[in-house]
Design a protein around this ligand. Structure first.
Ligand code: ACM
Length: 489
């Protein structure tokens, strides 16, 4: 029972031992409101077990995995769950479907690794008897995927969604536009994708999501308890847009498409009215595609925008987001424009104090932590890592795991921390294999920092639980980095 990542709040193995055994007769009993979670669980378990695992609303006594809503301790909140296993069955209880999904992810990890096989595998399919009570430390546990530097097809994004959901990540931030490509269809500005999406770093063909494909990604993520936060970076990181529409440039001349990896050379034209028509149209279409609370409007590395222009730009753009009924998220530089207290600045620096962030916290903003030297999954593990960058340093597993989001930034108490995010920038990453090599095993480390109480934080325990995940990753076809810090089986 003690193998789960992220570490649960409390785990009590049954003192008499014993186990539940999943058999061909097992039924998944899902209360009203839990059927979708029941079907999701059945879909996870059927390929390897070959069992029928019918999902039913009928009450049974023995041989069930039951998913129950309501009737839980208030401390579990919206995302917590209780899981109880004995010889007769497994019961997961939560207040919401999101809580049940989190319980399902723990149940997966209590079953043998072969349960992750997508073809028939050998059991026995046992769950150790005992009880878990669990809820998250932070509400926001994110992963970011940069689909702009290299484009990732919808199936590649879904594959990553499946992988991050196993570790109770609940936000997927998609970096949808940058100098090298625009990846989301905007019907009122079609050349953004047909031209601006037509390449990527290195000159490959790029690509983009139609609005229909994007909605499908959003609902695929939602079925796994994950909200998508779309990012359109501005006013910098906008060469793909500037290349697509000459009129967005101050001089009226469209620059060429860009396939290199420099940053900080592009800017929307702050003094042209069409800039705000453009941003308004983009945000309106994006908001209509977004059931989640946040639109991320970038704001980082605007090196060719003067500070007064930067502030002028965001003082017009910030109210546009709010008028669409959404909250603002943005990189921490955005704090210069004094966003509302509902805004969520995302810290990506490499030092443990930042004056802008301290100011925002004093005004009442919560902060999302993604320090580049701890949580950036695109940083190399060491000097020999074939993929990735190293501008924020090398990040081995113990670096990714070894910091406390609740005390990391001076002047930012735990109560002002919304949570953590693990960004994955894709200058050097071209396919799912590359994504997986950089995200595993560090993504589970960041996920544990976001979910688990600090009292459970323990490198020796984490190392051993991480090693135990490896057979699971192998079943899932995840090509992970065999860090020398971990005693892999
Ligand atoms: C960033 O890494 N430029 C947010």
């Amino acid at each position: 029972m003690n193998q789960v990542i992220p570490a649960p709040v409390s785990v009590a193995p049954d003192r008499n031992g014993g186990e539940f055994r999943l058999t061909s007769q097992t039924v998944i009993q899902a209360e009203r409101g839990a059927q979708r979670v029941g079907e999701y669980l059945a879909g996870l378990l059927r390929p390897a077990t070959g069992y029928r695992l019918p999902v039913t609303g009928d009450r049974r006594s023995d041989g069930t995995i039951s998913l129950a809503l309501g009737r839980v301790d208030a401390q579990l909140g919206d995302e917590g769950y209780e899981l109880e296993a004995d010889r007769r069955g497994v019961e997961i209880k939560a207040r919401t479907a999101a809580g049940l999904l989190n319980g399902v992810q723990s149940l997966r990890q209590l079953l043998p690794a072969q349960v992750e096989s997508r073809s028939l595998a050998r059991g026995p399919w046992t769950v150790p008897a005992g009880r878990i009570v669990d809820y998250p430390r932070f509400a926001h546990r994110g992963a970011m995927l940069d689909v702009a530097r290299h484009f990732f097809a919808p199936d590649e994004v879904k594959r990553y969604i499946d992988q991050i959901s196993l570790y109770k990540i609940n936000e997927l931030h998609l970096h949808l536009a940058d100098d090298q490509g625009w990846r989301i269809e905007i019907k009122s500005w079609p050349r953004l994708t047909t031209y601006g999406g037509s390449t990527e770093v290195g000159g490959g063909p790029g690509g983009y999501y139609t609005q229909e494909q994007y909605r499908d990604l959003v609902s695929y993520a939602a079925a796994r308890g994950i909200a998508v936060i779309p990012e359109i970076d501005m006013p910098g990181h906008t060469n793909a847009a500037l290349a697509s529409y000459a009129e967005l440039n101050c001089d009226g001349v469209a620059p060429p498409l860009y396939t290199g990896t420099d940053v900080g050379f592009s800017s929307l034209c702050i003094d042209k009215e069409i800039t705000y028509r453009f941003v308004g149209d983009v945000l309106r279409e994006l908001a209509a595609l977004t059931p989640g609370e946040y639109l991320h409007i970038g704001g980082d590395e605007a090196h060719v925008t003067t500070e007064p222009d930067y502030i002028k730009f965001f003082q017009r753009v910030l109210p546009m987001v709010e008028a669409l009924g959404k909250k603002v998220s943005g990189w921490h530089e955005l704090i210069k424009a004094t966003p509302a207290v509902s805004a969520l600045p995302q810290y990506w620096g490499t030092t443990n104090s930042n004056a802008l962030v301290t100011d925002a916290v004093a005004r009442g903003n919560k902060i999302l932590l993604s320090p580049a030297n701890k949580s950036y999954l695109d940083m190399k593990y060491d000097e020999n890592t074939p993929l990735g960058l190293s501008w924020a340093g090398f990040i081995e597993v113990d670096d990714a795991y070894g910091w406390d989001p609740g005390t990391y930034l001076q002047g930012v108490p735990e109560s002002s921390v919304a949570g953590v995010e693990a960004p994955l920038w894709s200058e050097t990453l071209e396919n799912s294999d590359h994504i997986e090599f950089m995200a595993f095993p560090r993504l589970p480390a960041i996920a544990e920092l976001g979910w688990s109480p600090w009292s459970t934080h323990d490198w020796a325990s984490f190392r051993s639980r991480l090693a135990a995940q490896a057979p699971r990753w192998t079943e899932l076809g995840i090509d992970f980095y065999r860090s020398p810090q971990i005693d892999w089986p």
